[in-house]
Design a binder for this molecule. Structure first.
Ligand SMILES: Nc1nc2c(ncn2[C@@H]2O[C@H](COP(=O)(O)OP(=O)(O)OP(=O)(O)O)[C@@H](O)[C@H]2O)c(=O)[nH]1
Ligand SMILES: C=C(OP(=O)(O)O)C(=O)O
Length: 238
């Protein structure tokens, strides 16, 4: 059996997004490239202002992104991380963790930022296996991300619903497949109807636990916050 050319299950819903076989060099080196979008910190996590106040909110937005990117970079399936952001302070902090920084497209919104990030990744590696991951996952565990990536690998496009089962925290595309991101609000159904396969693994709560509000942050705290978020939030909360 030729193990250098992965095959995928076929499904009528995927016929519009056929996966091309990977170039042999890419198949031999098949780590994931993750694309993490991040709004300018002065605007990010606006729904958290009620719980955190205006001074702490941008610092928490950065801490969430640092804990997210830190956990991603500790996941053995991940080859590299591209953060799409125009925020200079966040760019500097996340680059020092090991992320590649891709400047955002001007005022075009989240999905344009993600498509732009995927183009930047594939400009270097045309057959890269890519996944978009929100920057607001402060409880993210590398081992849980590994399980999600291993499940996603079986499909041309796959996604994970957020903890509320309304939105999306993760969307992947295999080699040669367009990501077609449709994030924002009630994106779970949009991703489902676009033909992406929903990952329904149990025990990956940390990958689904996005934080928009104070209640979300308390729920993330029960899973265990990453070190940068804990350093900023637990003293303020206590
Ligand atoms: N690069 C980039 N990232 C974005 C943009 N809009 C949202 N994001 C990021 O997309 C992810 C999901 O967005 P949300 O959960 O709505 O986060 P948010 O926009 O900071 O939160 P709210 O202000 O409360 O809506 C987060 O990582 C955001 O930082 C954008 O226009 N450009
Ligand atoms: C970005 C999303 O939602 P929210 O802004 O509610 O986090 C989403 O789930 O696609």
């Amino acid at each position: 059996m030729n193990t250098r050319h992965p095959t995928y299950p076929t499904h009528p819903a995927h016929s519009a997004h056929p996966a091309r076989p990977a170039h042999p060099d890419e198949a031999a080196d098949d780590g994931w490239s993750l694309v993490v979008p991040l709004k300018p910190l002065a605007l990010a996590k606006s729904r958290l202002a009620v719980a955190a106040g205006t001074r702490l909110r941008p610092r928490l937005a950065l801490a969430f992104a640092e804990d997210t990117v830190g956990a991603v970079l500790n996941c053995p399936r991940v080859r590299d991380v591209a953060v799409v952001t125009d925020d200079p302070a966040a760019a500097s902090a996340l680059a020092s963790l090991g992320a590649r920084i891709v400047p955002d497209t001007p005022a075009a919104g989240l999905n344009a930022a993600l498509a732009h990030g995927v183009r930047a990744v594939r400009a270097r590696r045309p057959y890269a296996r890519v996944a978009a991951l929100n920057a607001d996952l402060p409880a993210l565990r590398p081992a849980e991300l590994t399980r999600v990536l291993d499940a996603a690998r079986k499909f041309p496009r796959a996604f994970l619903a957020d903890a509320a089962e309304i939105g999306t925290t993760f969307l992947s595309a295999g080699p040669g497949v367009e990501l077609e991101p449709a994030f924002g609000g009630a994106s779970r159904l949009r991703h489902l109807s676009s033909g992406a396969v929903e990952i329904t693994l149990a025990g990956v709560d940390s990958v689904r636990r996005d934080v928009d509000t104070g209640e979300d942050l308390a729920a993330a705290g029960k899973l265990g916050l990453g070190p940068r978020t804990a350093a900023r939030w637990l003293p303020a909360a206590g």
